[in-house]
Design a protein around this ligand. Sequence first.
Ligand code: SAH
Length: 393
Amino acid sequence: MKNAILIKGKEKQPLNKHSYIFSGAVEKIDSDIAPGEVVCVRTHEGKFIAYGHYNPTSGIVIRLLEWNENKHVNESWFREKILSSIALRKSLFDSKDTDSFRLIFSEGDFLPGLIVDKFADTLVLQSHTSGMDKEKSAIVKILTEEIASITCIYEKSDGDGRKMEGLSNSAGVLFGIMPDKVMIRENGIKYKIDITSQKTGFYADQRNNRALLKKYIKKDDSVLDLFSFTGGFGLTTALNGAGEITLCDSSAEAIAAAKVNFRLNGLDDPEAAEKDCFDYIRELHREKRQFDIIILDPPKLMPKKNDAIKAMRAYKDLNFNTMRLVKKGGIMFTFSCSGNFTPEMFKEMIAYSAKDSGRTVQILEQLHQASDHPVSVSVPETEYLKGLVLRVL
Ligand code: SAH
């Protein structure tokens, strides 16, 4: 096996089981290593640290996989990791209520670069590294052998991560027959999802937060669901006694999908604005409209670490303008899915938004990604979704 030797002093993080080796940390590396090949990472003195996937094109030149020198990264290694992921999900969900979840969450499940979402009997696989690209057929084989009910595995490898790895997008059926749409259940609510749409087709990371929302709904409450996508938050309120529901999303497909989901659960169509939320919240303010409950769940507004000022402005713009739309004593669920935007920055931004909107705001609960998106204690980057339940006076 080829070796990579780290610069003296750069061994601390990898020895603490953080997965990333940045190119600047490598002193010497053997030649002729193919992208995606497993290499052995050693300290300056030549002591074994871990095995990892190599990619010369990426800023993260090696992603560490295994810290036990006697264990080799082969099919049985992948099987062990995948079985552990499956076992966790088995313990988390009652399939009567929820048949869809993230089955493998990259570093959070000790498989850096691999994401697999399970939607009923369909799996959507995303590979974000050349290492995982190379292992794809072994992974598909293991998944089909270990989960008997699977009828399709669809690959949807895209996004900024692949760009940074120098990889082009890859999509298509890896196993079975591709369904037109997939019917799923989450928290007892039915959804029809399109796995070829945004991301893998559904945001399972908000499951617990959607369930928690039930507790805050009073009969006939008015609700505004901003960045509504497939409508999960709005739908939860509608099924639990809320009155008028308004959705907003800039994607026509998302609005259409949300309406289908309302009908699927025996509800009438909600009011739905196919608009830019940044504009729409200003429009609602001019119309003097206010709501009892507002959900604000924007896409990632801080994709890079050095985007802090821009991100602070964007989150503040959204939260400040949304706070003005909450009725006195009303509730706001506000989120950031940018891992780079820290919980401290998030709360600071909320404090500024409260001050500038002239509202008095209390934090009632602090929210996180659901447990099928486990956080690796050694890789803090795996903690990305944060949310606050606010009471706005
Ligand atoms: N709340 C959703 C997930 C939101 S994902 C859920 O529970 O499933 C982010 C959504 O924001 C996507 O549907 C995307 O279409 C939408 N979006 C992105 N930028 C937008 C903008 N500027 N205005 C309105 N919607 C936007």
